[in-house]
Design a protein around this ligand. Structure first.
Ligand code: MEV
Length: 436
């Protein structure tokens, strides 16, 4: 049977499944039953999910967990997190509890500017192009009015458009570099529609400008940028050094010193920085997913920001000054609490309600705090007990499930590993002993 097909998207859902199963599976009925096992029994809900994307065959579940006790700017939050990695929610909860008794997290939005660009080619004098841009700029904005008028009513819209000469990087390459305020919307559709309108006006009006023709300007593409270094949020925790530790084996001063060394290593060593920041993204992505935002956009923008000084570096920083330990993060986050999935996916609506229906700025603060908390928990484990103790404790349940342990076996083995080191082979041995 051919493994390629044309017209797949036009087949009914059940015909799509038939084709996939017939073409790619040897145990056809088993494959079909796995696919169908995840269908929702509520037809309307299933249809909603079917229609989010093209060619849906089933749903892909992730657990939605909750990390309570987050005190952020004196408000208490329980943060919803959608993630598969065993230890992430537990680590976030632990960090939240730790800081709950030390004044909590402080967070502030520094800026909310978003960016989009029209990339084009132009063969001719830059002076003529500059004069044309100056002449046409008001019309670029005026022609986009049907798109911007509602956003403007709410206080947002186009902030500015600049002409940028990029011809030293690529011959004849120029940009319209536009900035936007999109308020509580992530704004991708708004920005892209504005940019396409700018591009259209910019090209067609050139025909009526002295020294230019519409063919003088060759539009390559119009698209928002997911790099948003001016859509920034900062979150911070601080306390007296002596309030830092709960562990009798490590003095608070030693803990602070090692913790700061760990951050400094991530600041100068890219191999460590990537893993350090990955831990931060464990927290960030989980909240981004739970709240229906675009984690790919956030990931791309955050990692670009981590390299803004020319070398990939830590997103968090730490210091001790006058006996005060301070730990903070500054990251770009373009988020939305209206539009997109936010009004559609029932679990996204539930997550936003759990967070007290935040606006985009409030969500930026919550997400930054989740990242900072996750990094605090990781560094605290790494510089004290090591990461595996906590990780393997959380991973224990996955190993038990791999071996189809029943409830009684699970209870016995969890009890056993309260006083023994969890490793994969130790768990296998314990299961075998129990079953013998
Ligand atoms: C694992 O998902 C994340 C950590 O590796 C982060 C870190 O090393 O800082 C624990």
């Amino acid at each position: 049977m051919s493994k390629s097909i044309s017209g797949f998207s036009k087949l009914s859902k059940s015909k799509k499944i038939d084709w996939i199963v017939d073409t790619y599976f040897s145990h056809k009925e088993e494959a079909k039953s796995v696919i169908k096992q995840y269908w929702n029994t509520n037809d309307k809900l299933q249809q909603l999910h079917d229609e989010f994307i093209e060619n849906t065959i089933t749903n892909y579940y992730l657990p939605l967990g909750v990390a309570p006790n987050f005190l952020i700017n004196n408000e208490l939050y329980a943060i919803p997190m959608a993630i598969e990695e065993s230890s992430v929610v537990a680590a976030a909860s632990k960090a939240a509890k730790f800081w709950l008794h030390r004044g909590g997290f402080k967070a502030e939005v520094i800026s909310t500017k978003k960016i989009g660009q029209v990339h084009f080619m132009y063969h001719g004098s830059f002076d003529t192009l500059k004069t044309y841009f100056k002449h046409i700029k008001p019309q670029l904005i005026a022609n986009a009015k049907p798109i911007t008028k509602n956003m403007e009513k709410r206080g947002g819209g186009i902030l500015d458009i600049e002409l940028i000469d990029k011809s030293s990087a690529i011959a004849n390459y120029y940009q319209l570099h536009a900035t936007f305020e999109t308020l509580d919307a992530m704004g991708a559709n708004f920005i892209n529609s504005c940019l396409e309108s700018f591009a259209n006006t910019f090209k067609t009006e050139a025909a009526y400008f002295d020294g230019l023709k519409d063919s003088s300007i060759d539009i390559v593409m119009s698209i928002l940028s997911n790099y948003v270094p001016e859509c920034l949020v900062r979150a911070e925790v601080s306390c007296k050094v002596e309030e830092l530790n709960e562990d009798d084996n490590v003095s608070p001063q030693d803990f602070a010193n090692k913790f700061i060394q760990a951050v400094q290593i991530a600041e100068v060593e890219p191999y460590r920085a990537v893993t350090h920041n990955k831990g931060i993204m464990n927290g960030i992505d989980a909240v981004i997913l739970a709240t229906g935002n675009d984690f790919r956009a956030v990931e791309a923008g955050v990692h670009a920001y981590a390299s803004k000084n020319g070398s990939y570096s830590s997103l968090t920083h730490a210091s001790v000054d006058n006996g005060i330990f301070k730990f903070w993060i500054e990251i770009p986050l373009a988020l939305g609490t209206v539009g997109g999935l936010t009004g559609l996916h029932p679990l996204v609506k539930l997550s936003l309600e759990m967070l007290n229906k935040p606006n985009a700025k409030e969500l930026m603060k919550i997400v930054a705090v989740a990242g900072l908390a996750q990094n605090f928990a990781a560094l605290r484990s790494l510089t004290t007990t090591g990461i595996q103790q906590g990780h393997m404790k959380m991973h224990l349940m996955n190993i038990l499930n791999q071996f189809n342990a029943d409830e009684i076996e699970k209870m016995a083995i969890i009890e056993h590993f309260k006083t023994n080191v969890v490793t994969h082979s130790a768990v296998v041995e314990a299961i075998e002993n129990l079953r013998r």
